[in-house]
Design a protein around this ligand. Structure first.
Ligand code: ATP
Length: 609
């Protein structure tokens, strides 16, 4: 029951301290995000990568500071339920006119769950459900930009308007030839519009901040014409002389989904009202859960909170059982899923076979590395959770037996619940080994080509996957191949790429064993073939496109380039979509059939709120 009077003398001050903690967090988060513009203009790519990495750590630091303050100033862990209820009410009051109330609620949860026992995780004490609305929030400060701007061109003013839209961002670097870029964009827009008349509501809406990631800045918006809304994004890049150009025009939901994929690094966006940006983005990608949009904007703790709410909701509205994930079982991870829900749950085992010389800490550090690294569309993002309570009745017995056997240290039974103390959650894909088993020849060709491309993208981003077996890659809904087994990854720059030494004598030659000394970071690309290319059909395709992956020079030359300070270009769209490669190509990807996946590849009906 809620208190009828707010009579505790400290509750208001505690709520105030929590709001201050959150405000400090968002101020620093926003500042780093806004400064992406200057880093982009200065072509400070290493700085951009560093900021992307560091920004991820901000949240936990601010939460730790707030926990510490609440403990030292208010003895927070000794407060009664009644006081916590009052703190929540004051907090809601303090957020009445806040611009980021949903994030502040999540911050409240993050701090209080560090202080309180699990039995307090109830909606009268923390925000199991949101209390404040994020609709219609407007910032009327004169210095603030609106979330998006609307432009109302006619056919005859379209060219001028497109130019204005780009110029509105006030980038300080010159464009190589903005007129030429605008002509390309115009051509693309007119192709989308066809010959039909522009309807009376014809307009172009554009988000007020550019989206920065790696070496690119993306202008994001939509064209509204009658009842049809077409999302678009324009990537702005640097040439060698630090002049700018627009590289492509991306149109339609599929292009947007690839741009905002879970396998890419988070964007840097200057947002006063993140919920308004998310609402706009959701109108571009209606099926993408809000949780993933918050993640893509770097607000991953709120994304995690929303995901958890979606997951709880899904659990209540489904009846199927958690099971061991299909595919070859992991040696270090126990992986399970719920068939009706398109994610997998990964728990680190307590012990591993001898060939896996690793520890829980090392594995966690590799997963963290992936979170902080540029995932270049080739590594799945993971959400890390502590103390997740699952209903025991929804687990298959075989899965419970495996958990008890392999993961006893992280498992706790509490009444009808199974508590898993630590786990990762990531998007479910079709494991590539399973995909290849069922693949038609054209699908096999596509998958093997993609597999090699995935490795090459990882290499360019300074990642050596370690274990490149097919089972460690998955195929997404869009037919992209993505890596998901992180326990053996290393930086390319830390690896020694070596040729297999010539045998010293006949004995060496005949030996079935490795007779030469191998250091912990030594890699022998010539030896990949026998592990990866047992299937003759796969081998043929692989050798056609990716024979260079078996050559030590390929790896060494990338290592040298990265060591020399080169930062790779990452394109979240295909090369042929670039204006420079566009001779005779249609602009849109809409008519391109997506690779047809085998039946298991289709995500089943997860319907986030
Ligand atoms: N995102 C995913 N989508 C679908 N299946 C997955 C996913 N992640 C893992 N799996 C399944 O779980 C298995 C084990 O996962 P993972 O490779 O991460 O574990 P591991 O213990 O690190 O493996 P290894 O023994 O190769 O080191 C995979 O082979 C695959 O079948």
């Amino acid at each position: 029951m809620f208190p009828s009077a707010l009579d505790d003398t400290h509750a208001f001050d505690i709520a105030q301290a929590l709001v201050e903690g959150f405000n400090r967090h968002y101020r620093l988060f926003r500042q780093t995000s806004a400064e992406a513009k200057q880093r982009f203009e200065a072509a400070d790519w290493h700085g951009q990568q560093r900021a992307q990495r560091e920004r991820i750590e901000y949240y936990d630091r601010r939460v730790a500071e707030a926990v510490e303050r609440l403990e030292s100033e208010f003895g927070a862990s000794r407060l009664s339920t009644g006081v916590w209820q009052q703190i929540k009410l004051h907090y809601i009051g303090l957020l009445t006119d806040h611009m980021q109330p949903e994030l502040a609620e999540t911050f409240f949860n993050s701090v209080t769950t560090k202080i309180l026992h699990r039995s307090y995780f109830r909606n009268d004490i923390l925000f199991v459900r949101p209390a404040l609305s994020t609709e219609y929030i407007e910032n009327l400060e004169p210095a603030e930009q609106p979330t998006y701007r609307s432009y109302y061109p006619t056919r005859s003013t379209l060219r001028e308007t497109v130019r204005q839209i780009v110029e509105h961002f006030g980038l300080t670097l010159p464009f190589v030839d903005l007129d030429n870029d605008v002509s390309h964009i115009l051509e693309a827009v007119l192709e989308r519009l066809g010959d039909g008349r522009l309807k009376t509501n014809f307009q172009i809406q554009v988000l007020s901040s550019l989206f920065y990631r790696n070496k690119g800045a993306y202008l994001v918006g939509k064209i509204v014409n009658g009842f049809v809304e077409t999302p678009f994004a324009l990537p702005i890049l640097h040439n060698r002389n630090n002049q700018l150009y627009i590289d492509a025009a991306l149109f339609g939901v599929d292009d947007m989904l690839l741009l905002f994929s879970f396998a890419r690094a988070y964007f840097m966006v200057d947002m006063a009202i993140p919920s308004a940006t998310v609402q706009f983005l959701r109108s571009l990608m209606p099926r993408k859960p809000k949780a993933e949009l918050y993640n893509a904007l770097g607000l991953q703790k709120h994304g995690k909170n929303l995901f958890y709410r979606d997951f709880q909701y899904h659990l209540r509205h489904s009846t199927d059982k958690f099971r061991i994930a299909p595919g070859i079982k992991g040696m270090v991870m126990l992986v399970f899923d719920l068939p009706s829900f398109p994610f997998v749950f990964k728990v680190i085992k307590d012990f591993y076979p001898p060939q896996k010389d690793t520890t829980r800490e090392l594995i966690q550090s590799k997963y963290l590395l992936v979170k902080q690294h540029d995932r270049v569309g080739r590594m799945a993002d993971t959400l890390e959770y502590s103390n997740v309570a699952f209903p025991r009745a929804r687990f298959e017995d075989e899965l419970v037996a495996e958990l008890k056997h392999f993961c006893p240290s992280v498992l706790e039974e509490d009444g009808d619940s199974l508590i898993i103390r630590h786990l990762y959650i990531e998007r479910r894909m079709v494991p590539l080994n399973i995909y290849l088993q069922d693949a038609r020849p054209d699908q096999m060709e596509h998958a093997v080509l993609e597999y090699g491309n995935a490795i090459k993208d990882l290499v360019a981003a300074n990642i050596f996957p370690g274990d490149m077996l097919w089972k460690n890659f998955g195929v997404t809904r869009h037919g992209k191949v993505v890596f998901y087994d992180y326990d053996e990854i290393e930086y390319i720059t830390d690896c020694n790429f070596r040729r297999v030494p010539a045998p010293r004598n006949e004995e060496d030659e005949m030996s079935g064993e490795i007779w030469y000394a191998v250091g912990p970071k030594d890699v022998f690309p010539e030896t990949f073939g026998p592990f990866l290319l047992g299937h003759p059909g796969v081998r043929e395709i692989f050798m056609k496109y990716h024979a260079d992956l078996l050559d030590v020079d390929f790896w060494q030359s990338h290592k040298d380039r990265i060591g020399g300070g080169h930062v790779h270009d990452v394109f979240p769209y295909e090369q042929r979509r670039r204006f420079r490669h566009r001779v005779g190509q249609p602009f849109s990807s809409v008519d391109e059939p997506l690779p047809v996946l085998p039946p298991g590849a289709v995500d089943n009906g997860y319907n986030p709120l």
